[in-house]
Design a protein around this ligand. Structure first.
Ligand code: FAD
Length: 458
């Protein structure tokens, strides 16, 4: 390997790394992809895909539970966790097979082993030196805990939660962000009593305040308990349960405590500091082109500060490969990266929240409108409540879209086009949305903002 000089050596084959490798190979680069575990990384094996498979099982459980309401005689007699896990594994296995095939078909040199950066153009893997004109570090992230809280026994992270073959009777979820909300929703659908504990004042604290309120309303109705503005003082456990002591003096016990308080960058001990990469609390700092400042070393994915999302990793990886191949690619606009939380109801958003837009443009310059899904036929068929909220600069483009409702995540693509193209309400209001689809709610919201609402009460 030492006598072969690759155009690009990629350390880590998660969303960021494998996307860079595939795009690089497509552009004719000679690429080495180093992976300690399995191609696909967190997203495929411990993140996006397994959670969404399990959330689908959870959705089916809810549908069966409510079947008689729509005239179908069915009874939910139990949840077979072994089969839930088999279903999830089947989805992962098929995608993993496809991805592995792609990597080999594109001629990417896949090197299995734990790599360490040893110089600007060099990575060491199991005593071998792998050299490249460029190195992309994309080593991903791990589930973080809070100081003094050890992950063991009944205190778990999403990694262990995804391998459980039983359903907790009482689950405590520490953290009301994306991962915490998805597990809370799933366990509730599987029949667990769930309490979410969040330190900030609302669930989904990164979303627009109107979304947070709507989510909390539905969670209450679903019987998902939550405590916001609640800080954890101590956690203890015995053979039967784990107990959380809150600052308020209150204590909560469950047969499992899921710690979902964010993800830390996986960068320790990989030679990054030694080679001179600029770091901040373990994250690798880059410019907007993902250059680290050390010539020939780039970074992508969860180790770069910002939204920790798979599609951000894909986009960054592709952009790095294209830049290495000499293509001029603009930097990503973080706010325009679409965000979906796949709990029930789903949350989808892109662009600025109302408070963020007011801070940027001034309170008087911002107009908002909410279109309630009560007027949307498809949403009524699905039995969902929710809304589409638009945030617009007065007389100017829409800078934020925020949506909540069953299956609303599928609309995020349209929202992203609208916000990224800086569309004005009049541009979208004249487009025709198929009836009856949930996408009509977007059309209606824009009709309203353009001053000609159809199915909306004044
Ligand atoms: C429970 C959960 C649910 C999620 N759901 C979603 C979702 O629905 N949508 C979404 O967009 N995002 C979701 N994410 C986030 C998403 O998984 C990450 O943003 C994404 O995987 C980051 O990609 P990455 O390439 O930066 O890192 P990773 O996917 O973590 O990949 C890094 C890879 O590097 C390898 N590696 C690390 N160190 C070394 C080394 N020294 N040598 C060799 N290999 C190494 C690792 O084995 C790993 O395969 C979820 C995450 C979790 C945990």
């Amino acid at each position: 390997m030492a006598d072969r000089l690759f155009d690009m050596v990629v350390l880590g084959a998660g969303s960021g790394g494998y996307a860079a490798a595939l795009r690089g190979a497509q552009l004719g680069l000679d690429v080495a992809l180093i992976e300690a575990d399995k191609v696909g990384g967190t997203c495929l094996h411990r993140g996006c895909i397994p959670t969404k498979a399990m959330l689908h099982s959870a959705e089916v459980a809810d549908e069966v539970r409510n079947a008689s309401h729509v005239g179908i005689q069915a009874e939910l007699t139990g949840i077979d966790m072994e089969q839930v896990n088999n279903f999830k594994k089947g989805v992962i296995d098929r995608l993993y097979k496809g991805l592995s095939g792609l990597v080999s078909a594109r001629g990417v040199e896949l090197i299995n082993g734990h790599g360490r950066l040893i110089g600007p153009g060099a990575v060491e893997v199991a005593g071998q030196r792998v050299e490249g004109r460029n190195v992309l570090v994309a080593t991903g992230s791990y589930a973080r805990s809070i100081p003094g809280l050890n992950i063991e026994g009944r205190v778990i992270t999403s990694d262990q939660a995804l391998t459980m073959d039983w359903i907790p009777q009482n689950a405590i979820v520490l953290g009301g962000g994306v991962i915490g909300l998805e597990f809370a929703s799933m366990w509730r659908s599987f029949g667990a009593n769930v309490t979410v504990v969040e330190g900030l004042p609302s669930l989904a604290p990164n979303e627009d305040p109107a979304i947070c309120k709507a989510l909390e309303r539905v969670f209450r109705r679903r019987g998902i308990a939550f405590k916001t503005g609640a800080m954890v003082k101590d956690v203890s456990q015995n053979a039967d349960q784990a107990t959380l002591q809150l600052d308020s003096g209150e204590s909560l016990s469950g047969d499992v405590v899921l710690v979902a308080v964010g993800r830390g960058p996986n960068t320790a001990g990989l030679g990054y500091e030694e080679v001179g990469l600029k770091m901040d609390r373990g994250f690798v700092l880059t410019d907007d082109q993902l250059r680290t400042g050390i010539p020939g070393i780039w970074a992508a994915g969860d180790i770069v500060p910002g939204l920790q999302l798979a599609h951000r990793g894909f986009a960054q990886g592709i952009a790095v490969a294209e830049r290495i191949a000499g293509i001029n690619v603009p930097g990503l606009i973080e706010a325009n990266i679409p965000r979906v939380t796949y709990c029930e109801p789903e949350i989808a958003s892109v662009g600025l929240s109302e408070p963020a837009a007011k801070e940027l443009h001034g309170a008087d310059a911002i107009e908002t409108i909410e279109y309630n899904l009560a007027g949307n036929g498809r949403s009524q068929v699905l039995g969902t409540q929710g809304f589409v909220k638009l945030v617009r600069v007065a007389g100017g483009p829409v800078v934020g879209m925020h949506m909540i409702g069953t299956r609303i995540g599928e609309l995020v693509g349209a929202a992203q086009l609208i916000v990224s193209w800086e569309a004005h309400p009049e541009d979208v209001a004249e487009l025709i949305h198929a009836h009856p689809t949930q996408s009509e709610a977007i059309g209606e919201a824009f009709l309203d903002l353009a001053g000609k609402p159809l199915h909306a009460h004044p």
